[in-house]
Design a protein around this ligand. Structure first.
Ligand code: HEC
Length: 151
């Protein structure tokens, strides 16, 4: 029995590693809810950093790094859900442009991932001006995707 259980764990772990952490959506509404939830979380943690960058909140490096790491991780999540067929209809602002310009959308998503990863890295250093500059790059990246890919 023990070996069977072990074998099953191996299969599950193997599947997780091979497949990444992709969510499966039973219906388009689930994909919509998923990506909007992730965007809300991204926005919340991004806003916390924004307050610091704008001098409206005190700079606590540890907290800033933690927020930047959360955004870096979240930045990898919403894209699969954004390409779910039929999910441009309903309670959503996703533009059908994501389907027509899929490659552009994916490129925009990848550059956002790169920008957020760089922000997390920069935040660990001691150059706060560099942190501010990179925060600005990420903010540009939000707009750079919303403009073409939201309606
Ligand atoms: C590569 C594309 C892309 C990037 C980059 C991106 N977003 Fe979005 N965002 C979307 C799409 C697509 C939607 C629409 C989701 C929907 O309505 O189904 C959205 C929706 C949102 C929403 C509305 C969520 C809701 O409840 O309707 C907020 C808030 C948001 N994004 C914040 C941000 C912030 C802040 C950033 C940057 C730190 C960002 N986004 C970066 C594509 C992107």
């Amino acid at each position: 029995m023990k070996t069977l259980a072990q074998a099953m764990v191996m299969v599950v772990v193997g599947t997780l590693i091979a497949g990444g952490a992709l969510a499966q959506f039973a219906k388009p509404e689930d994909a919509i809810k998923y990506r909007k939830s992730v965007m809300v979380l991204i926005a919340q943690h991004f806003k916390s950093m924004g307050a610091v960058v704008q001098g409206k909140a005190e700079y606590d490096q540890q907290a800033f790094v933690a927020n930047a790491e959360v955004v870096k991780m979240l930045a990898t999540l919403p894209w699969e859900a954004s390409l779910e067929p039929g999910s441009d209809k309903g309670d959503t602002t996703l533009s059908p442009a994501v389907f027509d310009k899929r490659e552009d959308f994916e490129k925009t998503a990848r550059s956002f991932e790169t920008a957020t990863a760089k922000l997390a890295e920069t935040a660990k250093g001691s150059d706060f001006d560099a942190v501010k500059a990179q925060f600005g790059e990420v903010a540009k990246s939000c707009k750079g995707c919303h403009k073409p890919f939201r309606k």
